[in-house]
Design a protein around this ligand. Sequence first.
Ligand code: ACO
Length: 324
Amino acid sequence: TRYSRITGTGSYVPPRRLTNADLAAQLAAQGVETSDEWIVERTGIRARHFVEAGVYSSDLALEACKSALSAAGLQAQDIDLIIVATSTPDMVFPSTACILQNKLGANGCAAFDVQAVCSGFVYALTVADAMIRTGGASKALVVGAEVFSRLLDFTDRTTCVLFGDGAGAVVLEASETPGILASDLHADGKHVGILCVPGHVSNGHILGDPLLKMDGQAVFKLAVGVLEDAARATLAKAGKTEADIDWLIPHQANIRIMQSTAKKLKLPMDKVVVTVDQHGNTSAASIPLALDSAVRAGRVKPGQNLMLEGVGGGFTWGAVLLTL
Ligand code: ACO
């Protein structure tokens, strides 16, 4: 049987780091009031990274991919599939994956983007796994890369404190031993309005508001329920139970969502990888960023079972269970 397995991880955040205090000072200058205390208590976020002008998702993705390739012992030319999960593409078209492919020098391989907002990485990983298992690819780069700072309304304190920029990547290779064990993906388009950037480009203009809108409480309520369901469905497909999970690596949106999910799955918080404190919510980049941080810190190790789960605009959600 042909399986797919992660053979390398990488990540990158841009150098400009803003603590909550830095951001609060910047917002205060515009008459918007917030505080480190409020942000930490409601979200667990302490700092985030923002790109400088002129830096794009493909630039962050490039750095994450270089380090994932090096961890896997591969060259860019070895790659035959690139999937980028992003909601902040460099251009309307072509895909960020094509731009990244050229920057990497992996020209010729299949390359496309997946758009599932904060669930993008679990969607992209599921698609890459399916392509590898069916012989459509054998060495894939699966990337989450975002510059959400471009979408933030810095007059809206309920959203602008939550997000950051960054990228994470994995190399997924065909393997005779199981890596990805099961996955479970869903969407419910009736919730488009609770988390969206409604604007679009039309006839040379931006029509509609091009900044992020979120009903935080509606998102919170939906997120906790669907994350539990997706994790349970994934475990059932793999014939596993909660006790088989060595690490939960959830989308890093809010520490309180992660705590609620862990509790529902009867997992102690010391089995949950948490990086939201340092990165904020980096949307599709958050899971691979958290995974790579934990791998490089020596916490998450080869042979362990990881439950990845994402939830985001769409509304979309899903989970992937894998053995590293
Ligand atoms: N600083 C200070 N005060 C603030 C701030 C801020 N940054 N933002 C809101 N407040 C105030 C509000 O104005 C409100 O004041 P009021 O009571 O005088 O009206 C008060 O704080 C409480 O606001 P709520 O919106 O009720 O705060 P809540 O406890 O719901 O926390 C939050 C808001 C953090 C957004 C929460 O709803 C949440 O985490 N939701 C989940 C959504 C999420 O994590 N989204 C990330 C993207 S979604 C995804 O990735 C899937």
